[in-house]
Design a protein around this ligand. Sequence first.
Ligand SMILES: [Zn+2]
Ligand SMILES: [Zn+2]
Length: 346
Amino acid sequence: MAPSRDAFRRMFRFKTARVTGADGTMTDYSRDDEVYIAGPNAVIDPDDVDQEMDERQLWRARILDIRCPDPEHPAQVWLEIAWYWTPAEFAKGVLKDFNPRVCGSKEIIYVFGAKLDIINCASLNGHATVDKYRERDHLRQEQIAEQDYYCRTEYDAENKTFKKKVVSSCLCKQQYIPDDEARMVFCPRSDCWTWYHTACLERRDLHFRAPDPAQLESLWASTQDDSAFDQFAKELEFCWERSQSLDIKAENQNDELSAVRTLARRPCMRGGEYGIVGNAGVVLRARYLLELVVRNREELPLAWRDFVWGDGGAWEMPEWEHMTETGEEGEERTISWVCPNCEGPI
Ligand SMILES: [Zn+2]
Ligand SMILES: [Zn+2]
């Protein structure tokens, strides 16, 4: 039986807990580690290759404290942990008026301050990865893969407040539901910096109409968030240093530039096939780079992909297919959306 909180506090504090698995492998766990803990109904079948099965049986938690009653015999190591709650469990067990339907299917909520548990280290089932989704950080946030669990909200159960809250956006003032199929388009101008559901813009006929695709694409390519330039300049400097230390052969500059151009001349989107985070960080970096190379006649660094895609690396972005409509005189027009705030094309 787990010790009481007072008894736990009187124990000796440990930096790490070492757990020997059934197969004899040893794993060290430290404070602040994110871990899997086997739920009460978990049956661990080592031959089970179906990841989904494991995911549902294992719960995620963060280690807050590690203690042991007798440092000479560290067999009974106890841990204080804070849980990651699924939205449904969170609504049931923590905050009654929370609506779990506004969360993504792999979204989990970190609860601290209260609702903590003391568990034996034998319940640990390996280190877990919980992606942090910093929703406001459109520029630096890396893409979150479809199969990964992520956390964007933290709830202080002692003071009953969200430490990290989900933001609402668009004309509809709804919060973003990450793996909803609804796509959102971003206005990156520094006065706007807002995501809009394409459906909400279309409902109000907030369409931008261009005579041809090339004109629209160059409007996109020149639309920037100039408040990000200092950050981009610093990253690019680092990319140049990296490029010089790399032993890779220079590709055909024209092919490379056309790859940058393809990324720059498209809208910033998230949701649906654009993934949870979307492509804003990638597209805006490509626009910045294109501007430097084409207008300022600077060179393209060899490692430009590292700069554009970031540490998370490239992911499969769908090709942009232009939307068209037929005008009153039968002419074909290329369309995109208009930002309701600045009224510029997005
Ligand atoms: Zn909306
Ligand atoms: Zn705008």
